[in-house]
Design a protein around this ligand. Structure first.
Ligand code: SIN
Length: 269
């Protein structure tokens, strides 16, 4: 899990051959880091378009003139809530799981990275699924889960307060607990803990216990990778077979500034 490439300059749009090589590296490794970039938002969008269609998320701050290039910063505050510091994505999740077609991929470009801390962690949900006993896998294969944009749990860390008008446009979505990756054909656990309201046909608390148990299983060291950012890294990951988590553990006053692009996905099956 996870691979890094050097010597690619994304100021030049990837040729079809390079794009195919990078996509294969991503399908094979789930996390792809392209090191040493120094690019503007236009070139970044062009490069990520080689992986799929960039999506717009109006509730997240973005680069002027580039609504699909959103920003994550150590200066972020929960402006629609209590104004306190916000570390987006600080609990294990898969991006946009509450949508009918959740994003397939996410790209994050490290423009300013702290000297220490601020790593992004990943859990390989293919490997976590494959390591489960067969009878458990057979049972999980039958389950469907209702995902909501509104956080499903108390105490899993701060999330951005969401404008009720945006919430109203995002009805719950029901997805399988085990999904099959459209490119690789492999099955993976599909978990985004704070968006999983309930498992269909199961008592809510019982469903949450099962989800927690699966998260604990999936974040064991043999299934995880921790990305230590270098300035200029563009990391692209596959939300269809990973969970990930941000860490806000860098010292007070240290800066972290990232640009993020999400890529359209399909209905999970
Ligand atoms: C995210 O959850 O998309 C953000 C990850 C990070 O900032 O490390």
């Amino acid at each position: 899990m996870a691979t890094a490439v050097e010597g690619v300059d994304l100021n030049t749009p990837p040729t079809p051959e390079l794009a195919a090589t990078l996509r294969k590296a991503l399908w094979d490794n789930q996390v792809l880091c392209i090191r040493g970039q120094s690019i503007g938002p236009g070139a970044y969008l062009t490069a990520i378009s080689a992986f799929g269609e960039p999506q717009i998320r109006p509730e997240i701050p973005h680069v002027d003139g580039f609504p699909a290039v959103t920003t994550l910063s150590s200066e972020d505050r929960d402006t629609k809530g209590d104004g306190k510091r916000l570390v987006a994505g600080a609990t294990w999740h898969s991006d946009d799981s509450f949508m009918a077609r959740p994003s397939a991929l996410t790209a994050l470009y490290g423009i300013v990275v702290p000297d220490e801390g601020g790593d992004t962690q990943y859990a390989n949900m293919y490997a976590a699924y494959e390591a489960l006993p067969e009878d458990k896998r057979r049972h999980l294969d039958t389950l469907q889960v209702v995902h909501t944009m509104k956080p499903a749990r108390e105490g899993l860390g701060r999330t951005r307060s969401i404008d009720p008008a945006i919430l109203a446009q995002r009805p719950p979505s029901t997805h399988p607990l085990i999904r099959t990756h459209p490119e690789t054909g492999r099955k993976a656990l599909y978990i985004s803990r704070n968006r999983m309201d309930h498992i269909v046909g199961m008592d809510r608390a019982e469903g949450h216990r099962l989800i927690d148990e699966l998260v604990e299983h999936a974040i064991q060291p043999q299934f995880t990778y921790r990305h230590k950012w270098r300035q200029g890294d563009i990391v692209i990951w596959d939300n269809r077979c990973l969970m990930h988590k941000a860490n806000g553990d860098y010292p007070e006053g240290a800066r972290r500034f990232m640009q993020r692009i999400i890529v359209a996905g399909e209905v999970p099956v």
